[in-house]
Design a protein around this ligand. Sequence first.
Ligand code: FAD
Ligand code: EPU
Length: 339
Amino acid sequence: MVRFQENFPLKRYHTFGTDASALFFYEFTEARELPEFLNETEGWDELPLLILGEGSNLLFLNNFEGLVIHPNIPGLKVVHEDRNHVWLEAGAGVSWDELVHYCVYNEWGGVENLSLIPGKVGASAVQNIGAYGVEVCGRIESVTGFDLKTMQEYCMQASDCRYGYRDSIFKHELKGRFIVTSVTFKLDKFPEFKLKYGDLAAEVEKLGGPSLWNIRQAVISIRESKLPDPKVTGNAGSFFMNPVVSAELANQIKASFPEIPVYPEAGGQVKLAAGWLIDQCGWKGFRRGDAGVHPKQALVLVNYGNATGREIYELSEEIRQSVLDRFGVELHREVNVIE
Ligand code: FAD
Ligand code: EPU
């Protein structure tokens, strides 16, 4: 395990796989080690900081001239249980899909629709990961972390984390300041299955009907059929979020493009499918050098080998502009761009 290193290559520490390095890199495996390290390290608070999980939602534009902190805390532990529920605490460094597998194996429901999402438990609570009709915030009880401003570790209840679509307090006020060390999830012993999203119910039927294992397997098959495997082709999942627009704008677009998928949201707003908008602009399968748009999912930008972070970024900006020009819809990035 790397503890502390200067000029650390990051290529294998993020899923776009572009070349980048960190001026300083620090990895820890127990929450108590972090304050000890910071107390001993003069000048750390004057450096740019980046908290790095598995790097599956990052795009590096340059080498990172600062300190990368990599919380790699292991551990899955049942901390409480009653007739209907289990409270499972997981270290920030546990692989997200390992947690899902563990829950399904133990027949605890709630996160099976989130199978095969890359990344670590720590970032799941920051990003509020979601897929197939489920968002992780619905299963988070509390998030524990270390606050670099107060130099204290504390626990936040999910209701204080201001969760929204791919959003949380950790992306705003607490960004770069609160290092998640563990997350506690509340899971169901008598799960209710969520099968309404897209082809999920049909795929589950093919496997013999609803069960936690079959849902996990169906989600994995659907994901493998359209998303590139980052071990083979560099990518960071959806590059943009699905835009939420006014009903008026959605109706205007629908008048010209009746086939556009729309998803009604609370407050009369409407979510549009960014992948569909980008696809309609003709980008699907586009490639320039080694930067491209995945041929099966236009929302996923890819690195075919030697693309630079900047090339991928420039392509993403062209895509964003073309969607704005054609549909009047502004796309916002899901991927965190690191300057
Ligand atoms: P990183 O990319 O390392 O970091 C992401 C952000 O979280 C950064 O801002 C980082 O500073 C911060 N962060 C990381 N760890 C911590 C911590 N311990 N404390 C505080 N801040 C921290 N996402 C979905 O929601 N749904 C999907 O279906 C989905 N599919 C994907 C498919 C593919 C093929 C890929 C490559 C990505 C996909 N993603 C998806 C995006 C990604 O998997 C998630 O955003 C994931 O939570 C990122 O985890 P990570 O550990 O890699 O975080
Ligand atoms: N579509 C197209 N062309 C494309 C891509 C999509 O027409 O190239 C259409 C599809 O036919 C469908 C609609 O757009 O009608 C939505 O597509 P899909 O079901 O593939 O989901 P998505 O909206 O593109 C979102 C998440 C994914 C998550 C899936 C499944 C966002 C930004 N993305 O994608 O999350 O896995 O739903 O729930 O919300 C991620 O966040 O990185 C990610 C992969």
